[in-house]
Design a protein around this ligand. Structure first.
Ligand code: FAD
Length: 457
């Protein structure tokens, strides 16, 4: 997209010349996504430090009719944070302050560019804990996590990002500043605008700050890795654990091919050796200390082939490794096609088998890697070894099976550019029409991430 000298001058006036990057080598770092699958180009990267500067950027974009793509940690996996049609990039990397930490109410205010790890540290220092965790914690930002309504490893206990957000400060695409950062736990005064921005993927406006609720810190953490012969046994075990273990926070699933890959790529020895066909990573927290209750339930679980238990942080990390390292290990094999789907739990095992066969029917050269958040019915389907000509057929094979099984095409990564063609199939026309009406109301000029989420007209 060509932009005028006048437009770039307006941006420089808004944020200071040193924060408008136009050098080709420098901006190149902002034009491709984490997977390497989505690569775009941009006339510039603008780096505001606060809401006033963001509002000025929005005004400049509206005047000049220039679209922008908000970018946080750029760990999104659906091509939503990169300028695929030559948009301006608005990076939140300078908006990292964490302020107003309130140890009494268990709340803090975080800038959109603060990383999840920084929020977690601030929460711990205040004697609390942040309820969301995911493997991209060192890069993923508050703004990106709100925009994608990120889920992660503890959704069964604390919910997704939406549940942690008490209010936001944001600039809509129409240039209006909305602000509700007082942290009111009860506030029934009309539409929940913060909730609306959760999962909006940068299409309605820019999140600048958020008031986040914290959760009580765990006292006593027990982690267990359980081996099973098949997914059916693992799903049954997941159900028993959920109804029997108070303080259950995570039930994550990995399969043998991914576990072998993690060992090979990271050079680590598997905790369960020989590697079983299916492993569940289970974590429960106290108070009260969950070790005995989790052990008692594990004794009742049918079909357990092997168990490892950890009650200290170092050993627990060793158990988590096989799950945490999956995304990065798969990325080392090749650029993955990524699908992040939820299924009703009774369809999960069948889907996992069928989807591997369905992809193999499109191309026998590909490999399908499955892992995910079993307790949420959420499977990450990653396919490597595809060609551009095969990508669309693989996408159809996977997503059609999800639709048939009554699932969702995006459990937590969002729609981005990667899945927008499938949104209407999954949500239905009335839902998508209402979403489009909301988009028109908040972003009448269509400048905020126009290539993302909503299907092409
Ligand atoms: C190793 C790895 C593990 C992951 N695990 C999980 C997981 O368990 N659960 C999960 O949900 N996700 C996971 N993800 C995906 C990713 O981390 C999340 O989607 C995260 O929320 C993205 O945050 P980000 O700051 O990197 O956002 P970006 O990638 O920069 O942006 C994501 C989207 O948000 C928009 N956006 C960014 N900032 C703002 C803002 N301030 N205002 C408005 N819009 C904005 C962008 O335009 C884009 O559409 C994982 C990714 C990796 C690489």
């Amino acid at each position: 997209m060509d932009v005028s000298v006048r437009f770039l001058d307006d941006l420089r006036d808004a944020v200071g010349p040193q924060h408008v990057l136009t050098d080709a080598d420098v901006v190149a770092g902002y034009t491709s996504d984490w997977t390497g699958r989505f690569v775009g180009s941009t006339p510039g990267v603008v780096r505001p430090s606060n809401v006033v500067e963001v509002a000025a950027i929005i005004e400049a974009c509206r005047r000049a009719d220039v679209a922008l793509v908000p970018q946080g940690g750029n760990t999104g996996l659906v091509g939503g944070s990169v300028p695929l049609a030559g948009e301006l990039v608005l990076s939140t990397e300078r908006m990292t302050a964490i302020t107003d930490v309130d140890a009494d109410s268990g709340q803090l205010t975080a800038g959109a560019g603060a990383t999840l790890a920084a929020v977690q540290t601030a929460a711990t220092e205040a004697g609390w804990r942040y309820g969301v965790d995911l493997a991209a914690r060192d890069s993923a930002t508050v703004g990106g996590m709100i925009a994608t309504n990120a889920g992660g490893l503890r959704v069964i206990r604390h919910g997704s990002t939406r549940r942690q957000v008490l209010g936001v400060e944001a600039v809509t695409g129409s240039g209006r500043v909305i602000r509700r950062l007082d942290g009111l736990v009860k506030d029934n005064t009309g539409y929940d605008l913060a909730g609306l921005l959760c999962g909006s993927e940068g299409t309605l406006g820019i999140v600048c700050r958020a008031r986040l609720a914290l959760v009580a810190p765990p006292i006593g953490v027990v982690t267990a890795l359980l081996g099973f012969a098949d997914i059916e046994s693992a799903v049954r075990a997941g159900g028993l654990l959920r109804r029997s273990v108070a303080g259950l926070e995570a039930v994550e699933m990995v399969l043998a091919p991914g576990a072998f890959l993690v060992s090979e790529v990271t050079g680590s020895s598997p905790v369960l050796d020989p590697i079983p066909p299916v492993q569940l990573l289970v974590e429960a927290v106290g108070p009260p200390d969950p070790t005995d209750s989790l052990s008692a339930v594990i004794d009742e679980v049918d079909g357990v082939l092997a168990v490892a238990v950890a009650t200290d942080a170092r050993r627990s990390q060793a158990l988590w490794h096989v799950r945490d390292a999956h995304t990065e290990a798969i990325a080392r094999v090749g650029i993955p096609l990524k699908f992040d789907v939820t299924l009703p739990s009774r369809r999960l095992a069948g889907f996992c088998r069928e989807v591997v066969d369905a992809v193999a029917e499109v191309t026998s050269r590909s490999q399908t890697w499955l892992f995910g958040h079993l307790a949420d019915g959420n499977v990450h389907v990653n396919v490597t070894g595809w060609t551009t000509a095969e990508a669309e057929r693989i996408e159809r094979a996977v997503l059609a099976r999800v639709a048939e099984a009554g699932g969702s095409i995006s459990a937590e990564h969002g729609i981005g550019t990667a899945k927008r063609a499938w949104l209407t199939t999954n949500r239905g026309t009335p839902d998508v029409e209402v979403m489009a009406a909301i988009k028109r109301a908040l972003d009448p000029d269509g400048i905020c991430n126009p290539g993302v989420l909503l299907p092409l007209d």
